[in-house]
Ligand binder design. Structure first.
Ligand code: GLV
Ligand code: MG
Length: 348
């Protein structure tokens, strides 16, 4: 049973801020993961703020059990020590079944609620998980006088979550978006892989034999195509954002770039960067290509009212390609605001 439409945008606690009706328009090409208990890495935050679109303090997987509390305290400290400006500040809390998550949420909202943009919730199984976090955040926002609603970002990383992805996307006006979590999802589905995202050399299509003396081609396929497409449709139809998640092989920049690019072309807004060498890859991939932008600008210029049909370089353009061009140009304009070199290359 869905909520009554008239109740959907009401705050869930007396004194909590009004839920947003539109997502804030922000560039979120890379969500950079940081383990907040490591002081040496926290010290790099001032440089990171200028380098990345989102800084995320990770409290969940990869943080040792004995460091969970220190990581939470480290996150609160890093939230309060810096002015993040236009750079997003997110936290990945522990799973809702874990012994740490209640303190993660209560301590962080109490002590850093006005600095926090987004809470990333792992292992989301269905809309009930979002409703729980939604209600708790509203109570905490009210108690601690948080001025703007903290948004929720779900990780899509269980078979049940994928089954319920549309309900998750539509669960609350607090929903910011979703990331694919390929490692946990692979395990949950019983996929036979040991990688964090990316392809597998044995997942592909073998071409038919054409003649006995000609080798048969084998073409590797994208293991994540179905899930990304399903996630993108669930997100786009609810006006929230889809993201590719982590790519674990830091030594293979080319494969990382290829995986990020597939997700970008399919509709994702960004990806996680777990290692500093992935930041430039994400920036390159999730900022639209210069030639594509220039072509898109020509489409918009040729059809000022967005209707009709024209030919450009032998290619048919109509109302629909005008909309495609607008997606690219709108994103390019946002990128251009933060990147003078790209602004020049795009010709803005
Ligand atoms: C991310 O959390 C993953 O499981 O891939
Ligand atoms: Mg995971």
């Amino acid at each position: 049973m869905a909520k009554l439409p008239s109740n959907f945008y009401k705050p869930l606690a007396i004194g909590a801020p009004d839920p947003l009706r539109e997502l804030p328009v922000r560039l979120e090409r890379m969500i950079h993961f940081l383990p907040p208990h490591v002081e040496k890495l926290r010290n790099r935050i001032p440089q990171l703020i200028d380098q990345v679109d989102v800084i995320l303090g990770n409290l969940e997987d990869a943080i040792p059990v004995e460091a969970k509390e220190e990581a939470r305290k480290g996150f609160i400290a890093m939230a309060n020590e810096h002015d993040y400006g236009n750079t997003g500040l997110w936290v990945r809390i522990n799973g809702l079944h874990s012994p740490w998550v209640l303190d993660d949420l209560t301590d962080i909202v109490a002590q850093a609620g006005n600095k926090l943009d987004v809470v990333m919730v792992p292992m989301v199984q269905g809309d009930w998980d979002i409703h729980y976090v939604d209600q708790l955040l509203a109570q905490l926002e009210a108690r601690h006088k948080v001025e703007k609603p903290i948004l929720i970002h779900a990780i899509l990383e269980t078979a049940e979550g994928v089954k319920n992805v549309e309900d998750i996307a539509a669960a609350s006006p607090r929903m910011h978006g979703m990331s694919l979590g390929p490692a946990d999802l692979a395990a949950s589905r019983g996929m036979k892989t040991t990688r964090v995202g990316g392809g597998h050399p044995h997942y592909g299509v073998l071409a038919d034999e054409i003649s006995p003396d000609q080798a048969r081609g084998f073409y590797q396929q994208d293991l994540w195509h179905y899930t990304i497409a399903k996630m993108v449709d669930a997100c786009a139809s609810n006006h929230i954002k889809a993201f590719y998640g982590p790519f674990g092989d830091f030594s293979d920049a080319q494969a990382c770039e290829a995986q990020f690019r597939n997700s970008f072309l399919q509709g994702c807004a960004g990806a996680w960067t777990l290692h500093p060498n992935q930041i430039d890859i994400a920036r390159r991939v999730f900022s639209p290509d210069v030639d594509e932008v220039k072509f898109a600008v020509r489409i918009l210029a040729a059809m000022p009212d967005g209707a009709g049909a024209v030919m450009i370089d032998g290619k048919m353009q109509d109302d629909a390609t005008w909309k495609q061009a607008k997606v690219i140009v709108d994103l390019a304009k946002m990128v251009a605001e933060t990147d003078a070199n790209l602004a020049k290359a795009y010709g803005f």
